[in-house]
Design a binder for this molecule. Structure first.
Ligand code: PAP
Length: 336
């Protein structure tokens, strides 16, 4: 899709976007009439049922709700943008396909030649781009990802036995990662002006980021993971960084494909962890110079570190975000 220029009004952007893609008139009208805020890539983001959306993703989300039929063996990876989606995709792909693609025979492993973003595709993005229902890759399981909040997942997800893995990340690092990503896309790909960090930070703290507010997004999945631990596995980026093998074993047990003794002894867990590490993936040619369906793959790899926020947030900013997290998560047991 062509990038909208800043000078266009939201309505004309929506008009162009929806017309180009032959979207139904009534949907266009209903999106335009939603509450809106200044956007990140499109001129505006729209608030639908308490969450903020770029218009094309809202369209995809609505189509996904209408048409997606979950199957019992589906695995859906759920994240807010910049919380480690690419990493989770790589880990779950390597984990669930380890019989077909053993990490002991790395030369033929799909992760060496295909971006994790292409191996596991985002549901609302696929539904936004295609009028027919998209095919999601199936090996042993159908694997998909989403940024949708739990409340807005298609109904069949709740009705089936499919499993959800949620990955969250410390919000101070996420806002920094989000800001870098948005500006890279704005400046290098769309020819738009960069958004200054203080402005992006303020919008993020007010919850007006893509698929935000982040606290409601996280709490929805957190509560569900406590109530239905066989349905939702809740993971944290920082904890996987600290002990990748421990969390790979947790994921394998949750997905009912635990590592066998033989696999443990032959170092399969470590092999997957090394293959999916930032150092390994970010140095692959496909992720340095390749292009996924819509963007260069390198936009998904920057530093991959815990604590980079210290290079961007003032003490005052850090306190503001910490206080939001403390207040919103009070009494829930969730800590970032
Ligand atoms: P998405 O939600 O838009 O798909 P996502 O993959 O969550 O993007 O965001 C990219 C972030 O994950 C980047 O973080 P940074 O800006 O703080 O560096 C990126 O570097 C990081 N990342 C990508 N791959 C890995 C990996 N294998 N291990 C750890 N972090 C990773």
């Amino acid at each position: 899709m062509a990038a909208p220029s800043d000078s266009k009004t939201s309505n004309s952007f929506m008009h162009q976007f929806l017309q180009e893609n032959s979207y139904p008139e009534e949907l266009r009208e209903s999106i335009i009439s939603l509450p809106k805020e200044e956007g990140w890539l499109a001129p505006h983001i729209y608030n639908y049922k308490g969450f903020w959306f770029d218009p094309q993703f809202l369209y995809g989300a609505l189509r996904c709700q209408q048409h997606f039929q979950a199957q019992h063996s589906d695995i859906i990876l759920c994240t807010l943008p910049k919380c480690g989606t690419t990493w989770l995709k790589a880990l779950v792909f390597a984990l669930t396909t380890r019989k077909q693609f053993p990490v002991s025979q790395l030369e033929t492993h799909p992760l060496l030649t295909t971006s994790p973003q292409d191996l596991i595709r985002n549901m609302e993005f696929c539904y936004a781009r295609q009028n027919s229902s998209p095919d999601f890759p199936t090996m042993n399981n159908r694997l998909m990802s989403t940024h949708l909040p739990l409340e807005l997942l298609p109904k069949s997800v709740g009705e089936s036995k499919c499993k959800l893995i949620y990955l969250c990340r410390n919000q101070k690092d996420t806002v920094v990662s989000f800001w870098h990503f948005i500006n890279k896309v704005r400046v290098e790909l769309h020819g738009q002006e960069a958004i200054p960090f203080p402005e992006a930070f303020d919008r993020y703290c007010r919850g007006a980021s893509s698929f935000g507010p982040f606290w409601d997004h996280m709490l929805g999945y957190w509560k569900e993971s406590l109530e239905s631990p066989r349905k939702v596995l809740f993971l944290k980026y920082e904890e996987i960084k600290e002990e990748p093998e421990v969390h790979l074993r947790r994921m394998a047990a949750f997905l009912e494909c635990p590592f066998s003794e033989e696999e443990e002894e032959s170092g399969v867990v470590g092999g997957i962890s090394r293959l999916c590490s930032f150092e390994s993936l970010s140095n692959l040619e496909v992720n340095k110079t390749g292009k996924s369906s819509h963007r260069p793959n390198n936009v998904y790899f920057r530093k991959g570190k815990v604590g980079d926020w210290r290079n961007h947030l003032t003490d005052e900013m850090a306190t503001r975000l910490d206080q939001i997290v403390e207040e919103k998560f009070k009494g829930t047991g969730l800590k970032l």
